[in-house]
Design a protein around this ligand. Structure first.
Ligand SMILES: N[C@@H](Cc1ccccc1)C(=O)O
Ligand SMILES: CCCCCC(=O)O
Ligand SMILES: [Zn+2]
Length: 310
């Protein structure tokens, strides 16, 4: 693949607390703010707490999920007195870190999340972005023992991307679990902190003119979601994640494998095509009617890249 050149990175944001009870990112950002981290080598770094009001009450959100508020449609919805706290905050964050799709948007936003699912450390991206794939490869090499994967949400277009990181030129989330929401685990905190540090190191090396050789990386591309079995009248759950699926994120799920155990003891088997499950039993997804997501696994080759000399 031909060598690709990108402009140097200048302004990056590290955001935490987009979901107020996902504490690794809240404390990583708080530590950065406490030590006045705002210049790291060639980068100006903006540590920001995305949803201070939800952090204050240690809940995912106040009115609605902030990480679903950044579609073009919602960002151009005029605010009224009845607008949700999070839509109001999304408009503020878009002005601060974006505007989404504009030339003056942040070069990069790294949004920090935790999951109750056994997912290790995942980079969540909306599109194949050579910069982000190189960054992931670098972090994987620097953290060989940690399970580090890439999830592509496969959103249909930039205008339909809905997460806070989508306002930047290069946006992604770092998702680490398992960690209960509202809880801090040292192992999970350290994994996230190390990944953030390596990400910033990579950006400085890139800016300094390092050529990163082409390579390939496995990417899990979102395909569909599966909800819990529910009572058709009441929508109440009638089953839980089967013990044989629980904690087996990213292990191939094959036709006929057990996925749910009903409260009356029956096993429900998976009837779909062989795919990779993730976000299995994520606490915050019950209300979204998601028991787990399913992804295809693809191997993506990416070209050598280096900074474009202005
Ligand atoms: N846990 C995050 C995962 C995510 C990150 C970025 C984009 C889409 C999804 C969320 O549900 O918001
Ligand atoms: C990482 C989560 C993927 C969400 C895919 C969707 O709900 O459209
Ligand atoms: Zn989150």
């Amino acid at each position: 693949m031909d060598h690709v050149f990108f402009p140097a990175f200048s302004r990056v944001a590290i955001s935490g607390g987009t979901h107020g009870n996902e504490l690794s990112g809240v404390h990583i950002v708080r530590e950065m703010q406490k030590h006045n981290v705002n210049q790291m080598g060639s980068l100006s770094v903006c540590p920001i707490l995305s949803n201070p009001r939800s952090i204050e009450v240690c809940r995912r959100y106040i009115d609605t999920d902030l990480n679903r508020c950044f579609t073009d449609a919602l960002l151009s919805t005029p605010l009224t007195d009845s607008s949700s706290c999070e839509l109001r905050r999304a408009h503020e964050l878009n002005a601060l870190l974006g505007p989404k799709g504009s030339d003056r948007a942040m070069d990069l936003v790294c949004d920090l999340h935790n999951t109750t699912s056994n997912m290790g450390l995942c980079f969540i991206i909306d599109f194949l972005d050579w910069i982000l794939l190189h960054m992931v490869k670098y972090v994987q090499i620097k953290m060989p023992t940690a399970p580090i994967r890439v999830i592509n949400t496969n959103v249909a277009s930039k205008s339909l991307s809905y997460s806070v990181d989508s306002v930047a030129k290069h946006g992604f989330a770092i998702e680490v679990g398992p960690q209960p929401h509202g809880v801090l685990r040292a192992d999970i905190y350290n994994m996230m902190k190390e990944a953030v540090d390596h990400t910033l190191d990579w950006l400085n090396k890139f800016n300094a003119g390092t050529t990163f050789e082409g390579d390939k990386v496995e990417v899990f591309v979102w395909e569909k979601s599966v909800d819990y079995p529910r009572d058709p009248e009441t929508s109440q759950l009638t089953a839980v994640i089967h013990p044989k699926l629980q904690d087996n994120d990213f292990k191939l799920l094959q036709h006929g494998n057990p996925i749910f155990k009903t409260f009356t003891g029956e096993t429900v088997n998976y009837e779909g095509e062989d795919l990779y499950p993730f976000f299995i039993n994520e606490c915050a997804y019950y209300e979204k009617r998601i028991a787990f997501h399913l992804a295809k696994k693809e191997t993506i080759a990416f070209p050598p890249i280096s900074v474009k000399k202005e």
